[in-house]
Design a protein around this ligand. Structure first.
Ligand code: ASP
Ligand code: MG
Length: 402
């Protein structure tokens, strides 16, 4: 007998038929004698629809407290429907909102952090042999106000319960059947991985491989919660995310593409101390997350700095830099939104020379120009024209994974 945490995303519970199917999946585990705790997201596009409703009333979306109150309603609907489906099939079940399930968070509405999960209620319900259905994505702060954890937060809710309950496994059900070596819609030869490490998954999650929310992976790593990503439609094994995987020779675990990037160039800066500090300090004040940074060698007293930011931050960054033009003294600032980042991720590259060269060769063979490069211990990213991105992913995938 085990404690199993299962999380079902919005598409898995999108309509009555899907809810019934999820109920069957849950019951199957329960009938084997396991304690089953289930976390669900709002049905289908409910959260987006609720955000639209808020905008109809107030284009700015209103206060974050009220927005959380509204958004939390999405998960309230899905837990009740799922519990009803299980009840109808004749099994003991109870649905709980985030606060009822013990989710205590800080007060950052819309992006709250879980401080702890008070498991008393969960344990009581399990002791009564109930299947427990918990609303993902939500909690309560110290003022007893409802909070939400940020988009895609139900994965984090599931991992938090698994950690607090010391569950044997945390299964994340979604509409794909696991984590792939590249986007299978774009790369025919993409393969499903049986296993991946937390660090590799974190890099891929951050790079836009949208299977798991990256905060959930961070938390799983911290509390050593083994995750399984699997399909809610097909009954077959998915991808296991854990600390150490049986190291086969695969150097590169996956190739990811991120089109949510803009590159910003500041040209003709004074080549003297403090320039970079002033730029990035200003961006930090605007809470702009900078990724790749490139500074040219100073020539005749000037230098250029180019960096990338998330696309929606491009204009904000340019405005901030334009406002500093007099104090900073540069020739021009420009933004390019037609770029994409293509990255390879793999814990194996740490101990293998030549990985970068092989990636660049693959891009060269495909006549793709690299604009910027950045590396970490287990990742190499290149910035290139968005038009080349899919071709680049395929070329690099072919070079390493086929
Ligand atoms: N329903 C929330 C969202 O759409 C949380 C989640 O899906 O995990 O962001
Ligand atoms: Mg959702």
């Amino acid at each position: 007998m085990a404690i199993i945490v299962k999380k079902f995303g919005g598409s898995s519970v999108a309509d009555a038929q899907r809810v019934q199917h999820v109920a069957d999946t849950i019951i199957e585990d329960y009938q084997k004698g396991n304690d089953v705790i289930v976390v669900v997201s709002a049905q289908g596009d409910t959260t987006d629809d609720l955000i639209e409703k808020a905008k109809e009333i107030n284009p700015d979306g209103g206060s974050k407290r009220e927005l959380d109150m509204l958004l939390a309603a999405g998960e309230q609907i899905s837990i009740a429907l799922l519990a009803m489906a299980i009840e109808k099939k004749g099994f003991p079940v109870i649905s709980l909102l985030g606060w009822q399930a013990g989710f205590e968070t800080d007060s950052h509405h819309g992006i709250a952090r879980i401080k702890r999960v008070n498991t008393e209620r969960l344990r009581n319900e399990i002791a009564k042999k109930n299947i427990v259905i918990v609303a993902g994505f939500q909690g309560i702060n110290k003022y007893d106000d409802v909070t939400t954890l940020g988009r895609g937060g139900s994965d984090t809710s599931a991992v938090a319960i698994a950690a607090a309950m010391k569950a044997d496994v945390c299964q994340i059900y979604t509409d794909v059947d696991g984590v792939y070596t590249a986007d299978p819609r774009k790369v025919e030869t993409a393969r499903k991985m049986d296993e991946i490490t937390y660090d590799e998954m974190l890099e891929l999650a951050t790079l836009g491989a949208q299977v798991l929310n990256n905060r959930s992976v961070e938390m799983a790593k911290k509390y050593n919660v083994e995750l399984e990503v699997l399909s809610s439609l097909e009954n077959k094994p998915g991808t296991i995310v854990k600390e150490i995987v049986k190291m086969e020779k695969t150097l590169i675990r996956g190739v990811a593409k991120d089109t949510n990037v803009a590159s910003i160039s500041v040209v003709g800066l004074a080549d003297k101390p403090g320039t970079a500090f002033k730029i990035f300090n200003k961006l930090a004040q605007h809470k702009i997350n900078v990724d790749i940074i490139l500074q040219s060698v100073g020539r005749s007293g000037t230098k250029d700095i180019t960096f990338t930011v998330p696309k929606d931050m491009g204009k904000i960054a340019v405005d901030a830099l334009t406002a500093m033009k007099d104090s900073l003294k540069y020739e021009s600032v420009s933004v390019d939104e037609s770029v994409a980042k293509v990255s390879i991720v793999g814990a194996g590259m740490e101990s293998h020379p030549g990985v970068a060269a092989k990636m660049f060769e693959a891009l060269y063979d495909a006549s793709i120009n690299i604009q910027m490069i950045s590396t970490s211990e287990i990742k190499i990213s290149v910035l290139l024209s968005a038009d080349d991105a899919d071709r680049a992913v395929r070329a690099v995938h072919d070079a390493f994974i086929d």
